[in-house]
Design a protein around this ligand. Structure first.
Ligand SMILES: Cc1cc2nc3c(=O)[nH]c(=O)nc-3n(C[C@H](O)[C@H](O)[C@H](O)COP(=O)(O)OP(=O)(O)OC[C@H]3O[C@@H](n4cnc5c(N)ncnc54)[C@H](O)[C@@H]3O)c2cc1C
Length: 459
């Protein structure tokens, strides 16, 4: 069945929808891990916070479709960061994310999180040279790590690079815990409440039922920011989709694994209601680029059978957003709008980065930031001209191409309500996908994923 293992096996806490206009100090749009954790931290600091989520349950967006690895080992990130940023910034990125892992291990309930070692592994010569480059970056940054040839995986590997004191979560149990804690500290959380109009100059917004919320500060935790054009993020963000399968297995692993070869694979295990499961993910492509997504599912379903001897019980897909320099955008959307904040661009490493973002946003809003370094590192306004410019050309070119060819090739397909690109029918997921900025709609035309906020017009 096309459903995430987490959402299929764990009930989410129910929340009311917003039925009357209201006022608050901080309004958060989006109840994934970022929005929810930010609401929790702000409420704990005594801030009057309202959170609005479009789905009927919180964390049913990307968070509930993730692999749930909570680690500072974000693929081959550190060798890349050392090429793009200073040593201090690369080290700060590691420390912020490692701190997030350690903090979560302390405060989240035991049933929602398990400590594990995290492994990058390779099976090819090219992968091995990438792994060595990453290990060298670890040495520069003082990240403690081990190289090994031994893993518990049921197939041979060349080498693996491991770091200890990492973790993995069940995103729905974490979400349920944060909901209860945030509510108990006075946060007001609403589901089934899609924001359709932002009136930034008036400090208010309107939901699809035309209910208004007046705020002093606004935080967009909508994954792809629904007002992205304000800070030109639209041209800098790209969207990448991956595929997951899960099956029952007899024993769980001690570690969580990511291959650095192409195509990459992500592996972890979990226990839910006394049953053990294995999750296998990978098979990436630009979101909305291809209509025929069945081969991506087929590839990992087949590997699940060949390598692990299991028929997949659950399968699902999800997408995540990337920035040009691999560091998320967290902070003021632009200097000219000092009361509007965003958090996005996690590059499939948004579990630890959601905790980093929540702490950073809270310190920016309450004025308790200890130093400027983290807000500068994650600032959406940062300018690394080379990488940003190249990405803008790439994304701008891709969008322009899709806009034109979409009208030639898919003239009869519904038009995306975000910026007017032609959508494509995705047969395997039964969704209308927009190749331009990753908006997705169900067969009835209802928004599944932004930046679009209005439904499709289906004839
Ligand atoms: C296949 C896959 C596997 C991944 N695995 C990992 C992993 O193992 N470890 C890791 O660190 N990261 C992982 N990630 C990345 C991680 O899941 C995401 O970066 C993270 O969950 C994003 O959280 P979020 O709160 O920003 O977004 P989301 O969880 O998507 O939440 C955004 C919310 O905003 C709501 N929303 C949108 N528009 C509106 C609107 N107009 N009004 C109201 N609400 C709105 C949406 O409904 C949604 O619930 C993975 C990503 C993918 C795609």
């Amino acid at each position: 069945m096309t459903q995430s293992l987490w959402l299929a096996t764990t009930d989410s806490v129910s929340l009311p929808s917003l039925t009357a206009s209201t006022k608050c100090d901080v309004c958060i749009i989006g109840g994934g891990l970022t929005g929810l954790y930010t609401a929790y931290v702000l409420a704990k600091a005594g801030v009057d916070v309202v959170l609005l989520e479009a789905n009927s349950k919180l964390s049913h967006g990307t968070t509930g479709h993730s692999t749930g690895k909570l680690t500072a080992q974000h693929g081959l990130v550190y060798a890349n960061l050392l090429e793009k940023l200073s040593v201090n910034d690369a080290r700060l990125y590691y420390h912020l994310n490692q701190h997030a892992v350690e903090k979560a291990l302390q405060f989240l309930p035991k049933e929602s999180i398990q400590p594990v070692d995290s492994y990058l592994y390779c099976q090819t010569k090219e992968g091995y040279s990438q792994l060595l480059k990453e290990w060298n970056a670890y040495k520069v940054l003082n990240v403690k790590a081990k190289i090994t040839s031994e893993t518990e995986l049921p197939f041979p590997i060349t080498k693996a690079l491991s770091i200890s004191q990492q973790a993995q979560i069940n995103p729905v149990i974490v979400s349920n815990f944060l909901i209860k804690e945030a509510l108990s500290m006075g946060a007001k959380l609403y589901a089934n409440t899609r924001v359709q109009q932002l009136r930034i100059a008036q400090n208010d917004l309107h939901t699809e039922k035309n209910i208004s919320v007046q705020y002093n500060k606004l935080i967009l935790c909508t994954h792809y920011p629904i007002e992205a054009f304000k800070g030109l993020q639209l041209l800098k963000l790209s969207n990448n989709r991956s595929y997951m399968v899960a099956s029952k297995i007899t024993e769980t692993y001690q570690g969580q694994y990511l291959s650095v070869d192409f195509p990459s694979r992500s592996i972890r295990t979990t226990t839910i209601n006394d049953e053990h499961y294995l999750l296998l993910g990978g098979a990436n492509h630009i979101a909305g680029e291809t209509a025929n997504t069945k081969p991506f599912y087929d590839a990992i379903q087949n590997e699940m059978k060949v390598h692990f001897g299991q028929e997949p019980l659950y399968r699902w897909s999800a997408q995540d957003i990337e920035t040009p320099d691999m560091v998320p955008y967290v902070g003021k959307i632009t200097q000219s709008l000092p009361n509007v904040f965003i958090a996005t661009g996690y590059r499939k490493w948004g579990i630890s980065n959601s905790f980093v973002a929540g702490d950073l946003l809270s310190s920016l809003i309450t004025g308790t930031a200890k130093n400027n370094d983290s807000s500068m590192l994650y600032s959406p306004a940062r300018t690394k001209f080379g990488a940003q410019f190249m990405q803008m050309l790439k994304v701008g070119g891709f969008v322009a191409k899709e806009l034109v060819t979409g009208y030639i090739k898919n003239g009869n397909a519904p038009t995306c309500t975000h910026l007017g690109c032609k959508t494509k029918w995705n047969e395997a997921d039964e969704t209308w996908d927009c190749p331009c900025h990753g908006s997705r709609f169900n067969a009835q035309g209802e928004v599944l994923e932004g930046p679009a906020v209005q439904p499709l017009k289906l004839d």
